[in-house]
Design a protein around this ligand. Structure first.
Ligand SMILES: [Mn+2]
Length: 325
């Protein structure tokens, strides 16, 4: 008897879409390529400098989903939908010259899971109806398409509960171990599994604490909500909380601090868009930050609190003035 084929699936870690992409690919691979393959999972995170180590690709097949391209010869499958999918022009060129028919890029997709589902159906004639809900939620969560702030903040749906755990867990093995469940069980059942439940309860009570803090400290003026939580270790709060607590808020400016950095986060409400929205990336770029038009940020060294407060107050003024003219 020969050994089973080894497949390594690398996915965007701490991200519902990343884990869901790994799950969907698993089903595609087992159904259409090798039902007996021995599949392992590895989460990837963005960091400065070298993203991939050539020695990382130890499988007979090496797969990347929802993460940047690698020009390694050992990479056999790749799916991504991020605007910035290529680390260099050389990588982009390498991808364009690929003739394997197993590397797929389309930034028009809101989620990588949906891209994989689309390729699975159109190229390989594979559509597992039991994964429709996984694809639906990956698209909604990754594309920030929540119907309202309640759905995003109250987390009553199993998918939003699973997302809180995927994004917030400190156990590096948690998400890789969750992928086989995502590939085979309904979300309701996964959300009820005791290890997930336990992590959810812990993270949800932290979420409620942060909601209280934002409620107490938030100051809303001319559609702009400002709060300063630099004295608390509160990085990573749910970015929809401000619009849930202050339905009149169109923009949010906040200052938070972790041991590594001070962060000024500047965001806008997906549910209450201003008629002539400001480009938040452009504003943040002036202070050395950046991001997207609708959500952007500035990072400063942890000691630069006075600079951060001055910058934040200038940004608040500027955003307020967009409503008074
Ligand atoms: Mn994604």
């Amino acid at each position: 008897m020969t050994a089973n084929k080894k497949v390594l699936i690398c996915f965007h870690d701490k991200c519902f879409d990343g884990a869901a992409s790994a799950a969907f690919f698993t089903r595609l691979y087992r159904a259409k390529f090798d039902a007996a393959a021995e599949i392992t999972y590895r989460g990837l995170v963005h960091r400065a400098g070298q993203l991939f180590d050539e020695n990382m690709f130890v499988g007979d097949e090496n797969v990347i989903v929802d993460f940047k391209y690698s020009s390694s010869d050992r990479l056999t499958w790749w799916f991504d939908h991020h605007q910035s999918a290529f680390l260099s022009e050389a990588d982009a060129q390498h991808f364009r010259q690929d003739t394997s028919g197993r590397k797929f890029y389309n930034p028009e997709f809101r989620s990588c899971t949906k891209l994989i589902a689309h390729v699975a159906e159109t190229r390989f004639g594979f559509h597992p109806p039991d994964l429709d809900e996984l694809v639906y939620w990956a698209n909604l969560i990754d594309g920030a398409q929540y119907p309202d702030a309640q759905t995003a903040v109250e987390m009553k749906d199993p998918a939003t509960q699973i997302t809180l755990v995927i994004e917030g867990t400190r156990d590096p093995d948690f998400v890789p171990c969750l992928v086989p469940d995502l590939a085979s069980k309904p979300l309701q059942e996964i959300a009820s599994l005791p290890p997930l439940r336990q992590e959810f309860e812990r993270l949800y009570s932290q979420h409620m604490k942060w909601m209280n803090v934002i409620q107490q400290r938030g100051k809303l003026k001319n559609g702009v909500l400002f709060f300063d939580v630099a004295d608390l270790n509160m990085e990573g709060f749910n970015k929809f909380i401000p619009y849930y607590l202050f339905p009149g808020a169109i923009y949010t400016v906040s200052i938070s601090r972790s041991p590594e950095r001070i962060k000024i986060a500047v965001g806008s409400s997906p549910w209450n868009p201003a008629p002539n929205p400001a480009n938040l990336a452009t504003i943040c770029e002036r202070f050395g930050g950046g991001g997207h038009a609708k959500v952007a940020a500035i990072s400063l060294p942890p000691g630069d609190l006075e600079t951060a407060r001055r910058a934040a107050s200038e940004i608040v003024q500027e955003l307020c003035s967009t409503f008074s003219s």
